[in-house]
Design a protein around this ligand. Structure first.
Ligand SMILES: [Zn+2]
Ligand SMILES: [Zn+2]
Length: 279
Protein backbone atom coordinates (compact mmCIF):
# COMPACT_ATOMS: atom_id res chain seq x y z
CA UNK A 1 0.00 0.00 0.00
CA UNK A 2 1.19 3.53 -0.82
CA UNK A 3 -0.17 6.68 0.78
CA UNK A 4 0.53 10.39 1.12
CA UNK A 5 -1.08 11.90 4.23
CA UNK A 6 -0.18 15.56 3.89
CA UNK A 7 -1.44 17.98 1.22
CA UNK A 8 -3.17 21.33 0.89
CA UNK A 9 -6.00 22.70 -1.26
CA UNK A 10 -5.27 26.33 -0.28
CA UNK A 11 -3.73 27.37 -3.62
CA UNK A 12 -6.97 26.41 -5.39
CA UNK A 13 -10.50 26.17 -4.05
CA UNK A 14 -12.72 24.02 -1.88
CA UNK A 15 -14.42 22.42 -4.89
CA UNK A 16 -14.81 18.82 -6.05
CA UNK A 17 -13.14 19.72 -9.37
CA UNK A 18 -9.99 20.88 -7.61
CA UNK A 19 -10.03 18.00 -5.13
CA UNK A 20 -10.37 15.58 -8.03
CA UNK A 21 -7.07 16.86 -9.48
CA UNK A 22 -5.32 15.67 -6.29
CA UNK A 23 -7.01 12.28 -6.45
CA UNK A 24 -6.19 11.84 -10.18
CA UNK A 25 -2.54 12.74 -9.53
CA UNK A 26 -2.50 10.28 -6.60
CA UNK A 27 -3.71 7.53 -8.92
CA UNK A 28 -1.14 8.50 -11.57
CA UNK A 29 1.57 8.31 -8.86
CA UNK A 30 0.43 4.81 -7.85
CA UNK A 31 -0.99 5.84 -4.46
CA UNK A 32 -3.81 3.83 -2.89
CA UNK A 33 -4.97 6.49 -0.44
CA UNK A 34 -4.37 10.18 0.25
CA UNK A 35 -5.06 12.36 3.26
CA UNK A 36 -5.97 16.02 2.78
CA UNK A 37 -4.54 18.10 5.64
CA UNK A 38 -5.51 21.73 5.08
CA UNK A 39 -3.91 24.34 7.31
CA UNK A 40 -6.11 25.39 10.23
CA UNK A 41 -5.32 29.05 9.59
CA UNK A 42 -7.29 29.08 6.33
CA UNK A 43 -10.51 28.83 8.38
CA UNK A 44 -12.28 31.54 10.33
CA UNK A 45 -12.56 29.14 13.27
CA UNK A 46 -8.76 29.42 13.69
CA UNK A 47 -8.69 33.18 14.20
CA UNK A 48 -9.03 32.70 17.97
CA UNK A 49 -5.87 30.57 17.91
CA UNK A 50 -3.61 32.61 15.61
CA UNK A 51 -5.25 36.05 15.27
CA UNK A 52 -2.86 37.55 17.84
CA UNK A 53 0.08 37.08 15.44
CA UNK A 54 -1.20 40.17 13.57
CA UNK A 55 -1.19 42.56 16.52
CA UNK A 56 1.28 44.27 18.82
CA UNK A 57 4.57 46.04 18.20
CA UNK A 58 6.42 42.76 17.82
CA UNK A 59 4.22 41.59 14.91
CA UNK A 60 6.03 41.08 11.60
CA UNK A 61 4.68 43.20 8.68
CA UNK A 62 5.04 40.29 6.24
CA UNK A 63 3.03 38.03 8.54
CA UNK A 64 0.35 40.67 9.15
CA UNK A 65 -0.03 40.94 5.36
CA UNK A 66 -0.15 37.13 4.94
CA UNK A 67 -2.74 36.72 7.70
CA UNK A 68 -4.96 39.36 6.10
CA UNK A 69 -5.84 36.67 3.53
CA UNK A 70 -6.32 33.89 6.10
CA UNK A 71 -9.19 32.93 8.47
CA UNK A 72 -11.66 33.16 5.54
CA UNK A 73 -12.98 29.64 4.86
CA UNK A 74 -15.40 27.57 6.92
CA UNK A 75 -14.33 24.22 8.37
CA UNK A 76 -17.90 22.95 7.78
CA UNK A 77 -17.42 23.44 4.00
CA UNK A 78 -14.01 21.74 4.05
CA UNK A 79 -15.27 18.71 5.97
CA UNK A 80 -18.31 18.45 3.67
CA UNK A 81 -16.05 18.60 0.58
CA UNK A 82 -13.83 15.74 1.73
CA UNK A 83 -16.93 13.70 2.63
CA UNK A 84 -18.31 14.38 -0.88
CA UNK A 85 -15.03 13.18 -2.39
CA UNK A 86 -15.18 10.00 -0.28
CA UNK A 87 -18.75 9.47 -1.50
CA UNK A 88 -17.49 9.54 -5.08
CA UNK A 89 -15.36 6.52 -4.22
CA UNK A 90 -12.07 8.39 -3.98
CA UNK A 91 -9.77 6.97 -1.27
CA UNK A 92 -9.47 10.10 0.84
CA UNK A 93 -8.86 10.74 4.50
CA UNK A 94 -10.05 13.83 6.34
CA UNK A 95 -7.09 15.49 8.01
CA UNK A 96 -6.07 18.90 9.29
CA UNK A 97 -2.65 20.45 9.86
CA UNK A 98 -2.89 22.56 13.00
CA UNK A 99 -0.32 25.05 14.18
CA UNK A 100 0.40 24.40 17.82
CA UNK A 101 0.32 27.75 19.63
CA UNK A 102 1.31 27.60 23.33
CA UNK A 103 -1.57 28.52 25.62
CA UNK A 104 -4.21 27.75 22.96
CA UNK A 105 -4.55 24.05 23.78
CA UNK A 106 -8.23 24.35 24.77
CA UNK A 107 -9.13 26.14 21.52
CA UNK A 108 -7.19 23.58 19.47
CA UNK A 109 -8.87 20.71 21.32
CA UNK A 110 -12.31 22.26 20.68
CA UNK A 111 -11.70 22.21 16.89
CA UNK A 112 -10.38 18.66 17.04
CA UNK A 113 -13.47 17.54 18.98
CA UNK A 114 -15.95 19.33 16.70
CA UNK A 115 -15.34 17.34 13.47
CA UNK A 116 -14.96 13.69 12.39
CA UNK A 117 -11.24 13.85 11.51
CA UNK A 118 -9.46 10.73 10.35
CA UNK A 119 -6.28 12.27 11.75
CA UNK A 120 -4.86 15.58 12.95
CA UNK A 121 -1.31 16.79 12.30
CA UNK A 122 0.50 19.09 14.74
CA UNK A 123 3.01 21.62 13.39
CA UNK A 124 5.34 24.39 14.43
CA UNK A 125 5.73 27.19 11.86
CA UNK A 126 5.80 30.11 14.36
CA UNK A 127 8.11 30.95 17.24
CA UNK A 128 6.31 33.70 19.10
CA UNK A 129 5.18 35.95 16.24
CA UNK A 130 7.99 34.94 13.92
CA UNK A 131 7.05 32.70 11.00
CA UNK A 132 10.50 31.22 10.48
CA UNK A 133 9.61 29.42 7.22
CA UNK A 134 8.45 32.53 5.32
CA UNK A 135 11.79 33.61 3.87
CA UNK A 136 15.43 33.80 4.90
CA UNK A 137 14.85 37.60 4.85
CA UNK A 138 12.06 37.50 7.46
CA UNK A 139 13.46 37.44 11.00
CA UNK A 140 16.53 35.34 10.26
CA UNK A 141 19.02 38.21 9.75
CA UNK A 142 18.41 39.33 13.40
CA UNK A 143 18.44 35.87 14.91
CA UNK A 144 21.10 33.74 16.51
CA UNK A 145 20.78 30.39 14.72
CA UNK A 146 21.41 28.27 17.82
CA UNK A 147 18.73 30.19 19.76
CA UNK A 148 16.30 29.72 16.88
CA UNK A 149 16.92 25.96 16.94
CA UNK A 150 16.51 25.86 20.73
CA UNK A 151 13.23 27.77 20.52
CA UNK A 152 12.02 25.53 17.69
CA UNK A 153 12.69 22.24 19.46
CA UNK A 154 11.27 23.59 22.73
CA UNK A 155 8.04 24.48 20.90
CA UNK A 156 7.98 21.14 19.05
CA UNK A 157 8.36 19.32 22.35
CA UNK A 158 5.42 21.26 23.81
CA UNK A 159 3.34 20.48 20.71
CA UNK A 160 4.09 16.79 21.24
CA UNK A 161 3.64 16.75 25.01
CA UNK A 162 0.17 18.30 24.83
CA UNK A 163 -0.95 14.97 23.33
CA UNK A 164 -3.56 16.52 21.04
CA UNK A 165 -2.16 15.39 17.68
CA UNK A 166 -1.90 12.08 15.83
CA UNK A 167 1.42 12.92 14.16
CA UNK A 168 4.03 15.66 14.46
CA UNK A 169 4.85 17.06 11.04
CA UNK A 170 8.16 17.97 9.38
CA UNK A 171 9.88 17.74 12.78
CA UNK A 172 12.95 19.77 11.91
CA UNK A 173 11.40 22.39 9.62
CA UNK A 174 13.70 24.97 11.22
CA UNK A 175 16.40 23.79 8.76
CA UNK A 176 14.26 24.82 5.75
CA UNK A 177 16.64 27.51 4.44
CA UNK A 178 19.81 25.58 5.27
CA UNK A 179 20.70 27.36 8.56
CA UNK A 180 22.72 24.94 10.67
CA UNK A 181 23.00 24.94 14.45
CA UNK A 182 26.40 24.36 16.04
CA UNK A 183 24.89 23.08 19.30
CA UNK A 184 24.29 19.32 19.68
CA UNK A 185 20.72 18.42 18.72
CA UNK A 186 20.80 14.92 20.18
CA UNK A 187 19.34 15.99 23.57
CA UNK A 188 16.38 17.54 21.72
CA UNK A 189 15.96 14.41 19.61
CA UNK A 190 15.96 12.28 22.78
CA UNK A 191 13.43 14.53 24.50
CA UNK A 192 11.19 14.44 21.41
CA UNK A 193 11.36 10.65 21.19
CA UNK A 194 10.41 10.38 24.88
CA UNK A 195 7.44 12.75 24.40
CA UNK A 196 6.25 10.96 21.24
CA UNK A 197 6.43 7.65 23.06
CA UNK A 198 4.67 8.91 26.18
CA UNK A 199 1.79 10.46 24.20
CA UNK A 200 1.62 7.61 21.64
CA UNK A 201 2.06 10.09 18.78
CA UNK A 202 3.44 9.35 15.31
CA UNK A 203 6.34 11.15 13.69
CA UNK A 204 6.05 12.36 10.11
CA UNK A 205 8.59 11.88 7.36
CA UNK A 206 8.08 14.74 4.93
CA UNK A 207 9.56 14.90 1.43
CA UNK A 208 8.87 18.64 0.94
CA UNK A 209 12.37 19.44 2.22
CA UNK A 210 13.66 18.08 -1.10
CA UNK A 211 11.93 21.00 -2.86
CA UNK A 212 13.17 23.66 -0.38
CA UNK A 213 16.58 25.38 -0.18
CA UNK A 214 17.81 22.81 2.38
CA UNK A 215 17.27 20.09 -0.26
CA UNK A 216 16.81 17.17 2.16
CA UNK A 217 13.89 15.33 3.74
CA UNK A 218 12.52 16.22 7.20
CA UNK A 219 13.50 14.94 9.74
CA UNK A 220 17.23 14.26 10.14
CA UNK A 221 18.09 10.53 9.75
CA UNK A 222 19.61 10.44 13.25
CA UNK A 223 16.31 11.59 14.76
CA UNK A 224 14.32 9.20 12.59
CA UNK A 225 16.56 6.34 13.67
CA UNK A 226 15.93 7.16 17.33
CA UNK A 227 12.19 7.23 16.60
CA UNK A 228 12.42 3.80 14.99
CA UNK A 229 14.38 2.39 17.94
CA UNK A 230 11.63 3.62 20.28
CA UNK A 231 8.88 2.12 18.05
CA UNK A 232 7.36 5.49 17.17
CA UNK A 233 5.00 4.93 14.21
CA UNK A 234 5.59 6.87 11.02
CA UNK A 235 3.22 8.87 8.82
CA UNK A 236 4.10 9.67 5.21
CA UNK A 237 3.98 13.12 3.67
CA UNK A 238 4.88 14.94 0.47
CA UNK A 239 3.19 18.17 1.62
CA UNK A 240 1.82 19.06 -1.82
CA UNK A 241 0.48 22.59 -2.23
CA UNK A 242 -0.40 21.84 -5.88
CA UNK A 243 -1.87 18.65 -7.39
CA UNK A 244 1.35 17.97 -9.29
CA UNK A 245 3.28 17.52 -6.01
CA UNK A 246 1.10 14.67 -4.68
CA UNK A 247 3.39 11.70 -4.08
CA UNK A 248 6.46 13.70 -5.12
CA UNK A 249 9.54 12.49 -3.25
CA UNK A 250 7.66 9.61 -1.62
CA UNK A 251 10.10 6.96 -2.87
CA UNK A 252 13.04 8.92 -1.41
CA UNK A 253 11.13 9.26 1.87
CA UNK A 254 10.41 5.51 1.96
CA UNK A 255 14.04 4.77 1.17
CA UNK A 256 15.13 6.91 4.14
CA UNK A 257 12.54 5.20 6.38
CA UNK A 258 13.80 1.77 5.36
CA UNK A 259 17.44 2.81 5.81
CA UNK A 260 16.88 3.52 9.52
CA UNK A 261 14.95 0.27 9.98
CA UNK A 262 11.26 1.09 9.48
CA UNK A 263 9.21 -1.72 7.98
CA UNK A 264 5.73 -0.19 8.49
CA UNK A 265 3.90 3.13 8.32
CA UNK A 266 0.65 4.32 9.88
CA UNK A 267 -2.73 4.99 8.33
CA UNK A 268 -5.77 6.41 10.11
CA UNK A 269 -9.57 6.18 10.08
CA UNK A 270 -11.63 8.07 12.67
CA UNK A 271 -8.35 8.73 14.51
CA UNK A 272 -7.76 4.98 14.90
CA UNK A 273 -4.31 3.98 13.74
CA UNK A 274 -3.32 0.90 11.74
CA UNK A 275 0.12 -0.16 10.54
CA UNK A 276 0.81 -1.09 6.92
CA UNK A 277 3.92 -2.73 5.55
CA UNK A 278 6.23 -0.56 3.48
CA UNK A 279 5.94 -2.18 0.05
ZN1 LIG B 1 3.59 22.55 7.63
ZN1 LIG C 1 1.71 21.21 5.19
Amino acid sequence: MKVDYHMHLEMGSLTLDYLEQFWRQAQAAGLDEIGISEHGHNFYQYEKIMGHLRTGEDAYPRIIQWLSRKFTLDLDDYVALIEAGKNRGWSLKLGLEMDYIPGKEAEIAAIIDAYPWDYVLGSIHFLGKWGFDFSPEVGWPDKDINSAYEAYFTALLEATSCGLFDSITHPDLIKIFGHQASIPLEPYYDAMVAALSETDTCVEINAAGLRKPVGIIYPHPEFLQKCHEADIPLTLACDAHYPSDVGRGLSEALELARSVGYTHFATFSDRQRSLQPIG
